[in-house]
Design a protein around this ligand. Structure first.
Ligand code: NAD
Length: 357
């Protein structure tokens, strides 16, 4: 029986997770996956109960589970805590303990939401990009690092470090993902000035030539990639890049679609994965029942595709979401005149209704 650890977290986290679980039950009823769920408290609410944002028991549950679902963590209540016990530490802890080295962030524009984008309709219409970001290496973890006294002042140091196996494993995720899509990968680096990304380009190319010659591979410098994402985003299918560049590019790509309430994500290590909406705990709207649960529900669709080898069930959820939007239903964050405004729970119910058709 596939076991899913539920880390609902804080703020709107539990609200969107509740709707996501209902959707997973509905898809389970259709396909007979036999999902089992186990609660694994994390974040500020876990700190309140156990004095740590990532209790050992929750980590153990996450390790034992076949997949982890996370709502969101954080909130004003815990902002004055020491960094070591802030709710967000739970995310970093889970990522590193589960060795989730590949972060997948799709940026797909649902046609009925086209006017939410700040770009012209003809530029964004039909975009469907997947940013594959390396998540456990690169400049965020490289050593030496720190701030030190230097010649009467100070000197800050961070190091960009990648090894051949680290580059190979993330490139493999990108190539495999591209095979399930349109077969195109653009590898983004800064090989003209950073030796480490010169190696990145070399390794990606060698792996492509040896094992993925069917994939259409291109390379782009990160500055140009930023421009191209805004100028002509439709040229991209899968983008693979380093931790730092991926952090920036995935946010830029995501915003092409206009709404943070619609963006899912997956962080993977093989088929083991943690799935979470891109948004945070939204303390400003928590407890009001108005949060958009679709990013969370779409993250569950990614879970079916990447952890449970059921891409067609994942696609069913995506189709149901598209149908609900097509019919004019909107949560407050994506509401526009003439549409039907619905609550978090109503949005969940509508998706389930579509799944039943
Ligand atoms: P946020 O994503 O929580 O909210 C930004 C804005 O978007 C807010 O106005 C919010 O109301 C709105 N919003 C976000 N998700 C929404 C949804 N599903 N439906 C409708 N509106 C939505 O970002 P923030 O305000 O910068 O951060 C709030 C807290 O969340 C902080 O403590 C931060 O550290 C944490 N955070 C957690 C994660 C995570 O758990 N993965 C990610 C980002 C931020």
């Amino acid at each position: 029986m596939p076991l899913i650890a539920l880390c609902a977290g804080d703020g709107i986290g539990p609200e969107v997770t509740a709707e996501t679980v209902k959707v997973l039950w509905a898809i389970d009823k259709k396909h007979g996956f036999g999902f089992e769920f186990v609660d694994a408290p994390v974040g500020g609410s876990a700190y309140d109960l156990f004095g740590t944002p990532l209790p050992a028991d929750s980590l153990e549950k996450a390790k034992k589970a076949d997949a982890v679902f996370l709502g969101a963590v954080g909130g004003t209540k815990w902002e004055s805590l020491d960094y070591s016990v802030r709710p967000e530490r739970a995310l970093l802890g889970l990522r590193s303990e589960l060795d989730l080295f590949a972060n997948l962030r799709p940026a797909r524009l649902f046609a009925p939401l086209i006017d939410a984008s700040s770009l012209k309709r003809e530029v964004v219409e039909g975009i469907d990009i997947l940013v594959v970001r390396e998540l456990t290496g690169g400049i965020y973890f490289g050593k030496p690092r720190g701030v030190e006294e230097y010649e009467g002042g100070k000197r800050g140091v961070n190091s960009l470090v990648y090894t051949t196996p680290e580059i190979e494993r993330i490139a493999r995720v990108a190539f495999e993902s591209a095979r399930k899509r349109t077969g195109k990968v653009c590898s983004v680096d800064k090989a003209n000035v950073l030796e480490c990304t010169e190696l990145w380009r070399e390794v990606v190319t060698a792996l492509h030539d040896a094992e993925y010659p069917d994939i259409d591979l291109s390379h782009m410098y990160v500055d140009n990639a930023c421009m191209q994402l805004i100028r002509n985003p439709k040229q991209f299918d899968v983008i693979v890049t380093t931790n730092l560049f991926g952090d920036i590019l995935s946010d830029a790509a995501a915003m092409l679609t206009g709404s943070i309430g619609m963006l899912p994500s997956a962080s993977l290590s093989g088929t083991k994965g943690m799935y979470e909406p891109v948004h945070g705990s939204a303390p400003d709207i928590a407890g009001q029942g108005i949060a958009n649960p679709l990013a969370s529900i779409l993250s569950a669709a990614m879970m079916l595709t990447y952890s449970f080898d059921a891409p067609s069930a994942g696609a069913e959820i995506e189709k149901a979401v598209a149908a609900v939007l097509e019919k004019g239903y909107r949560s407050a964050d994506i509401y526009s005149e003439g549409c039907k405004r619905v609550s978090t729970a109503e949005m969940g119910e509508l998706v389930i209704e579509e799944l039943g058709k």
